[in-house]
Structure formats: C-alpha cells, structure tokens
Design a protein around this ligand. Structure first.
Ligand SMILES: C[S@@+](CC[C@H](N)C(=O)[O-])C[C@H]1O[C@@H](n2cnc3c(N)ncnc32)[C@H](O)[C@@H]1O
Ligand SMILES: Nc1c(NC[C@H](O)[C@H](O)[C@H](O)CO)[nH]c(=O)[nH]c1=O
Ligand SMILES: N[C@@H](Cc1ccc(O)cc1)C(=O)O
Ligand code: SF4
Length: 458
C-alpha cells in the first residue's frame, strides 16, 4: 500500500529561498519608511531574514513595532467590532477540503440514508426566524457561509437548468426531494435573511461558483441576482492560500486562484462590498503567504478599494484530515501568527483594516494582535461552527461588555461599526450597560445577559 503524503514529501516550486534574496534590514527600512513592499520584502519580514535559522525574536519585535506604528498612523487608536450573527445554512458539502471539519458528507442528509447526519440544514423560513430574532436583539449583520449542498441552486431558473442536465452528478446536483431538509435556493436564503433591514454578508467565491455551476452565466450575473435578493457584502473566505500549488494539496476540489479573483472582481463590479482572508499555517511557506498578500493587494487596486478588511485565519488543525493523516503536525506558531498580522498591515497599504479574530487566537492573543498591526476585533457572532468543529476552543460569542473591557484594558477606544465601517459609534466605557446601537432594531440593550448566554442554536 502506498504511504500517505506527509509534510516532508511536499516539494513546492515557490520557497522563501527561491523567491527572495532581500536582506531583513533593507526590508525593515522600507517598511519603516512607508515604501510599498515587494514579495521579496514580505518574505524577508515574515522569516525575519533568510540569514537566520527560524525566527529571530529581536527582529520579530522590530517588525511588530513598525506595523503597530503604521496602524496608529493610518487608523489611530480606535478598535472596531460589529454586532453580528453567524447563520450557517448547511454543513452538507462534498468539496472535500482537507483543512475543513465543518462539512458533513452530503449523502448523510438524504432521506433514506442509513445513518443519521451529524450536520444540519436550515430552510429559508428557519434562517429568517433566527435572523429576525437576532435583529430584534440589536444585531447589524448576519454572516452566512455554508457547505455546497448538492440541492442548492441560485434560483428557480438555475434549478431547471440543473434538472435538465444530462449528467447532474458531473455538476454536483441532486434534487431537493432526495434530502430530508431542503435549503431552498440561494436567492430565497438571501431574501429570508434580509429581514428587518439586517445587512447580509454572504456568498463566498466558492458559493458563487456553486450558484452558477452547469450554466454559462458570468459571476456578474450571479452576484447581480443575489444583490437584488438582498445580499449586501461578500466574505472573502475560500481564499485559503491564493497559490495553486498549495490549493492542489489542501483543497483540490475547490475553485482555483484565478476563479476566486474573478468572482471577487465580479461581486465588486455589481456594487457589492468585499472582505478578504488568508488561511495559513498548514503546508504553506512564507513565499506562499507573501504571494497571497500580493494577489490581494493587486485585487484591491482593480476593485477600487472595495475590500474593507483583511482577515488572517490561523489554521485550526486538531480535527482536520490534514492533521489526522499526518500531512501536517500542527498549525502556525505564535511568532508566525504575529508576523503575519504585522506584515499584512505593512504590505496591504491599500486595505484600511486588519482583523484580529478572537475565534482563532483567543482573547489574550487576540488583544496582543491589536498591538501588532490589527485594528478590528471581529464581531459578536453569537454562534460558531467552523472553528469549533475543527477543534478550536475559544467559544462562540463576545458581548459588548466583554469587548469594552478587553479593548479598554489595552488603552484603546472601543467603537461599534457597521460591516462596511461607514457607520461608527465610539463607546463611552464609563456609561454602562453596553449594547448595540447601529443595528436596524438596536436600542442599546445588551445583546447578551448573564441569564441568557447562548442565544442561537445550530
Ligand atoms: C468552512 S468554509 C464555508 C464556506 C464555503 N464552503 C467556502 O469554502 O467558501 C469558510 C472558510 O472557513 C475557513 N476554515 C475552514 N476550516 C478551517 C480550519 N480548520 N481552520 C481555519 N479556518 C478554516 C476557510 O478559510 C474556509 O474558506
Ligand atoms: N473571523 C471570523 C469571522 N468573522 C466575521 C466577522 O465577525 C464579520 O462578519 C466581518 O468582520 C464583517 O465585517 N467569523 C467567523 O465565524 N469566524 C471567524 O474566525
Ligand atoms: N472572513 C469572513 C467570515 C468568516 C471567517 C472565518 C470563518 O471561519 C468563517 C467566516 C468575513 O468576515 O468576511
Ligand atoms: S471549506 Fe467550504 S467548500 Fe471546503 S469542505 Fe469546508 S465547507 Fe466545503
């Protein structure tokens, strides 16, 4: 029998050595002077120089300091966060990404499946009820990312095309009747979640691809219809590492780098706002991370500033196929996490906000990131499935009181924001109780109280 692939077996065309001969000192000087950095510069900073083995702590501190200073110059002392809710519609997915444990095999959702599924699917009516309830409590945004359920179609027209397809399997389609619960169409889900004026942040490029499979429609067609149905902004997940030699290892079933970029550009072309992410710390090296940053920076030029924030997502390894099959021995180190946040701030000179994710880093390290270049601290989310299922243990929600306490503890200013950062409200830490005021139904009442800690159930 063939031995499974391991980290040591992986050879990549792009490595720090092949892509950079920049010295650490030169790169640091450029970063301090505010000069636009190259991929070679970013590699020198991420590795703290190719002339040292491993990470040099003193040099790392210099990079973090330069990034913290840049953050202060660009966005000042405010730390933003949003009152939001995660509403994942379904965990049914056959794409098979090896870093993901959010998914459940789609066949387990079928009505005549031998086993009961460990996953969930929500109808549009169920999504609406969950969002309406959270809107009542004051959220501004629903963030909705889901598995690629085989019965999902963009709308009725798309369903007819998929139904008439000569080989539905080839386009990953099965009729809704096969399943115990139907997710409806993407358009129905967007319309359902767009209740009471809530901002809908949904439809990653991978989901955009699923919503056009088996047709000759463009991404503009698809995102245009979604926007009409109520979609407001697009989460730039599914980016992982935007270098195909890495995608071929960690997510061979997913769209490629070019498709991801095309989908994002199309979403911006029809007037949707965007966020962008990187999911790092698995088989990727510093050259891949630097190339990813360059692709995001170039995209931001083409979409004329539509990307509001960049979200570094540190790989959570515990329950994932990559870890269980010994392809990787763990995730990124804290040094790597801090350097990635810092270099994102220094390299992405055209993206204003760098997010520190408490889901990925926890409270203590999440706060530390706000002194390494980050200025946004995510959102209340109220429910979390992706990281939890991967084995992460940092919980599922943060209250406004938690946010005020954490942000003031590092001497910064807590600010409630809208998804696009246009609406902002500085919070007076001496004026409790703390609750959302920007959401369409928000009246300042705390989102979470001691008696009622876990509001959403998936
Ligand atoms: C779970 S998917 C859901 C949306 C959709 N299926 C897609 O792939 O775009 C959303 C994102 O979660 C992130 N993610 C999944 N598993 C992760 C893990 N183990 N550690 C860190 N991030 C993870 C990935 O960046 C992925 O693109
Ligand atoms: N970083 C993670 C998020 N981020 C979502 C944000 O809270 C928000 O939607 C965004 O800032 C829009 O402006 N959500 C997760 O579920 N898990 C994360 O790790
Ligand atoms: N990054 C996305 C949301 C997200 C992030 C990480 C996740 O694991 C899931 C969803 C955004 O806010 O735009
Ligand atoms: S990351 Fe998204 S596409 Fe990939 S397996 Fe997980 S849910 Fe499916």
């Amino acid at each position: 029998m063939e031995r499974p692939v391991t980290e040591a077996d992986l050879t990549f065309e792009y490595t720090p050595d092949s892509e950079s001969d920049q010295s650490f000192e030169n790169a640091l000087e450029k970063a301090r002077d505010g000069e636009r950095l190259t991929v070679a510069d970013a590699i020198a900073l991420l590795t703290t120089g190719l002339d040292v083995d491993g990470i040099d702590r003193q040099r790392k501190e210099q990079v973090l300091e330069a990034a913290d200073r840049r953050r202060a110059e660009e966005v000042g002392e405010e730390v933003t966060f949003t009152a939001n809710l995660n509403n994942n519609v379904t965990t049914a997915c056959n794409v098979g990404c090896l870093f993901c444990n959010f998914k459940d095999s789609a066949h387990t959702f079928e009505e005549d499946a031998a086993v009961e599924t460990a996953g969930f699917t929500k109808t549009p009516a169920e999504s609406q009820e969950i969002v309406a309830d959270a809107a009542e409590r004051g959220i501004y945004e629903v963030c909705s990312v889901s598995g690629l359920h085989p019965a999902f179609a963009l709308d009725e027209e798309h369903r007819e095309i998929l139904e008439a397809h000569p080989d539905p399997k080839a386009v990953n389609y099965k009729p809704a009747e096969v399943y115990e619960t139907s997710p409806g169409t993407y358009v129905e889900q967007m319309a359902a979640m767009s209740v009471d004026g809530v901002h809908v942040h949904s439809m990653t490029p991978e989901e955009g691809y699923h919503a056009k499979r088996g047709t000759d429609w463009s991404y503009e067609d698809v995102y245009g219809r979604l926007k009409e149905a109520g979609l407001d902004t697009v989460p730039g997940t599914a980016a992982e590492i935007l270098v195909d030699e890495v995608r071929d290892v960690i997510c061979p079933g997913k769209i490629g780098t070019d498709d991801w970029l095309e989908a994002m550009e199309a979403a911006a072309n029809v007037g949707l706002g965007l966020t962008a992410t990187i999911m790092y710390g698995h088989v990727d090296n510093e050259a891949h991370r630097a190339m990813h940053l360059k692709r995001v920076r170039d995209l931001q030029e083409r979409v004329d500033g539509a990307i509001t924030e960049f979200v570094p997502l540190s790989f959570v390894h515990q329950n994932t196929p990559l870890y269980e099959h010994d392809v990787v021995s763990g995730g990124a180190s804290t040094d790597e996490d801090e350097l990635l946040i810092a270099v994102s701030r220094l390299f992405l000179d055209n993206i204003d906000h760098i997010q520190s994710s408490w889901v990925k880093y926890g409270d203590e390290q999440g706060l530390k990131m706000l002194n390494c270049g980050a200025d946004d601290f995510m959102g209340t989310i109220l429910s979390e499935e992706i990281t939890k299922r991967a084995g992460g243990g940092y919980g599922e929600f943060r209250s406004f009181a938690d946010y005020v306490e954490m942000i003031t503890s590092i001497g910064r200013v807590p600010v409630e924001r809208s998804t696009d950062y246009e609406k902002r409200r500085v919070i007076d830490p001496d004026d409790p109780p703390f609750g959302p005021q920007l959401g369409p139904k928000a009246d300042g009442t705390p989102l979470l109280t001691d008696e009622e800690p876990v509001p959403a159930d998936d």
